[in-house]
Structures are given as C-alpha cells and as structure tokens.
Design a protein around this ligand. Sequence first.
Ligand SMILES: NC(=O)c1ccc[n+]([C@@H]2O[C@H](COP(=O)([O-])OP(=O)(O)OC[C@H]3O[C@@H](n4cnc5c(N)ncnc54)[C@H](OP(=O)(O)O)[C@@H]3O)[C@@H](O)[C@H]2O)c1
Length: 295
Amino acid sequence: MRRILLLGANGQLGSDIRSVLADDPVELVPLYRRDLDVERTDRIGPFLRELGPFNVLINCTSYHKTDECEDYAEKAFAVNALAPREMARICGDSGAVLIHFTTDYVFDGRSRTPYRETDRTSPLNVYGVSKAAGEHFIAAHHDRYFIFRVSSLFGTAGASGKGGNFVETMLRLAGGGAPIRVVDDQIMSPTHTLDIAEAIRTFVADGVTGYGIYHCSGEGECSWHDFAAEVFRQRGVKADLQPVPSSGYKTKAARPAYSVLDNSKLNGIRSMPHWTEALGRYFERKDAQTIGRGG
Ligand SMILES: NC(=O)c1ccc[n+]([C@@H]2O[C@H](COP(=O)([O-])OP(=O)(O)OC[C@H]3O[C@@H](n4cnc5c(N)ncnc54)[C@H](OP(=O)(O)O)[C@@H]3O)[C@@H](O)[C@H]2O)c1
C-alpha cells in the first residue's frame, strides 16, 4: 500500500485532503505542527527519515498572512521556501513524489488574461517572493514534484490562524449590520479546497507522472466584491455591501490587480468547477456538517 505523509493536516486544504483520501487504499499519515515545526528547517530531514519510507509527501504548511509576511520576511522564507527545499532534498534522495502548494500571488497582476504555468513570475510582496523561491528550490532539488498554484481559498475547516475564511468573514460582518466595504478592482478566482483535494486524489490514484507546476483554481473570475455579493446571494442575506478601490483600502502588502490562473494544463487530467458552483457545494457541505453536529 502506498504511504502518504501529509504535513499541515489540520489546515483548510490539509483537512480536505485528509477527508478525501481517508477512504482510499493508501496509508495516510497526517502530521501536525506539534509533530514538526517546519520553520525549524534543520529538523525536517531527521524527522522525515525517522518516519521511515514513504511514497508521497504532501506539504500543506504555509505562512500566508500576506500583510504580516512583510514584517517577518525571515519566517516567510523559512516556512515557504527553505522548508520546501528541505522536503525536496529528502524526496530527491528517496525518490518519493513531493506535492506542494503555492499561490497566484507569484504574479504581478499586469496581465489581463489568465496566467499560464509558463508565464514569468514577478511577485509584489514578501509572501509571493517566498512562495516563488519555494518553487525554484523544489525544482532545483527534485524531479518528481507537483506544485499546484492555487488562489483565494475557502474550505469548511477555515484557514488556520486567519480565523476562518473570506466567506465566513463576510457572513459574520453582514450579521453585524454595518456597511461592508470590499475591493472591486482585484480580480481573481475563488477556489474551494475540496476541489483541490479531489484533484490531488486524481493525481495520486492515477499515478500521474507529468511532473511540474499546475494551475488549480475555480473556473471563472471575479472581484472580491463580486465574491462577497455571490456569498450573500446564495445565502439570501441582505447586506450593505459597498465597492471600494484598492487605493481606498490600504494594506501593508501590495496585491496583484489581476491574478486569474489558467487551468488548461490541469484540465487535461482533472477539471475544476466554476467558482459559483463550488461555493454552492461549500454551503451544502457546511450545512450538512452543522446538521451532523446537531447544530
Ligand atoms: N488561503 C488562501 O486563500 C490561499 C491562497 C493562495 C494560496 N494558498 C496556499 O495554499 C496552501 C494551503 O493554504 P490553507 O489556506 O489551507 O492554509 P492554512 O489553513 O493556514 O493551513 C496551513 C497549515 O500549515 C501549518 N503550519 C503553518 N506554519 C507551520 C509551521 N511552522 N510548522 C508546521 N506547520 C505549520 C498550519 O498549522 P497550525 O494550524 O498549527 O497553524 C496549518 O496546518 C498554502 O500553501 C497557501 O500558501 C492559500
């Protein structure tokens, strides 16, 4: 049976990968920060070797508080670049496949058409630089890797350390009744983590060998304001939603104005649903979990 190690198993994406692979004929080993703090990069090699042979390492750990990364570049580099480098080295030595995740923020947003895997990266912020560096390190140390660039995630587990996700934040704010100002000039593709997890399962189950970088995001594109409006529409929530330009909503880290990813390469293996359909499935799943908990 194939042995799969999953780092960051309690994160938003990690939780969905864990649940999607739970019934598959694989030995899944979920790993948490308490097992290994990947910021301590010197610990990664000894820790992974001690776990014994494995076929696939899935790395869902990340330091992705985009504004905070501006102040903690060393930490961003350790978690997002040096840690994946160590993982690639270990996988390179053993021949295991490495599956890693990066971001649409490796692009500068000057394009007006969806970014392809071959487009030049040119990140605008520390987070994006650290994730792009992680991509280069992996490619420099290993051949058998998949890097999935994903964007604007929402999953029922909520992003670890961010207190939920954009969908839940919007619903919480709407409950407060105050005006909700959301930027309408940053265009991206919201992505349900369950859809990414199912794509990963396809890669693992089918033994895909077309190694390299894949773009993996919800189909379609929208602004964050449009995303919020669709959340309220699907939930039947009345909210005082107001569009604002990025210039009126200053953040420490610059963000790309356009970061839509072109999924064509992935589509040859597994297609992603439109983000509005994915949002509907997210709510269905969340409601089912709430009922299951007796809520
Ligand atoms: N969220 C987004 O909107 C977004 C957008 C584009 C790309 N991405 C990328 O997608 C991937 C998955 O994101 P996500 O939203 O699922 O993230 P998440 O929910 O924040 O999960 C991150 C995971 O990493 C773990 N982690 C962080 N620092 C660690 C450390 N030093 N040592 C060990 N574990 C550590 C966290 O553990 P704890 O729970 O203990 O903190 C958590 O399990 C990441 O590569 C991210 O960069 C995310």
